[in-house]
Ligand binder design. Sequence first.
Ligand code: GLU
Length: 303
Amino acid sequence: MDYQNILSSLHQQINTEPNPGKVAAYIPELDKVDPKYFGIGILTNQQEYFGEGDHEVSFSIQSCAKVFSLTMAYQHLDGELWKRVDVEPSGTPFNSLVQLEADKGIPRNPFINAGAIVVCDVLVSLFPNPKAALLDFVRDLSGDASIDYDQSVANSEAQTGFRNIALINFIRSFGNIHNNCNQVLDLYFNMCSLSMSCRQLAESCFYLANNGQNKNGKVILNRSKTKRVNAIMQTCGFYDEAGEFAYRVGLPGKSGVGGGIIAIHPEEYSMAVWSPPLNPKGNSYRGMRFLEAFTTRTNSSIF
Ligand code: GLU
């Protein structure tokens, strides 16, 4: 497969199409990002890397990081994790509060904000310095020690994250937050601020394409857990557009409001796409377009 040629031609084609998306403005720092950025990186299971466009530029990975926090918690907790957070698609926006009342504070899945906040609470219980532990974990996944949090994004979100503040307090009222809310939110906002390029993201999530082993052959998750994380990405990775992503792209994936998307083809490749303007459901407009065209051209939908 001539991946480089395919990436280049699809990048060129999609870059000239109109882009009706809008950059996320509810986190003021994200609103400053140039909407024209467009990058793609793919790492095959033979460990060949191909990149196109702005694939070496770092951006705020936002909810793509929820895959890493879930993986870290799942390494330590096995099945008990699912007593705290479910694995059902929510069918509601990423920051919704409505289902929590009926579900008694158990978030529908670990990828909506409510679920990711509970996972952060688990990490705060597990690690004396959870922020440092998460950063080490992501650096180890990718083998790249230069990856870091973006303090201005984390601060920007801490100042305006009123819904997340509401969510954590609401969940706590049901007894499903065990630590200090400010400490948990500090981890959550920093996690979302992780600044990475498409290359670093594709490298970091390689273990999901490689039966749980990272680039250096280290076992991150066993096969069964790897399969399950991919299954949750497939069914819950795109807010209330998970069905559309499965239908159009056909890969497990996870998006973030910074305009990044990671996508996994188990046993073939991991990839990351970044274009900041989002569609009305909060997913990168061009990212979705690109991945749809890519899996069509390479005949690599998993379905
Ligand atoms: N930090 C964002 C928030 O909590 C993450 C949203 C996302 O990327 O889905 O609102």
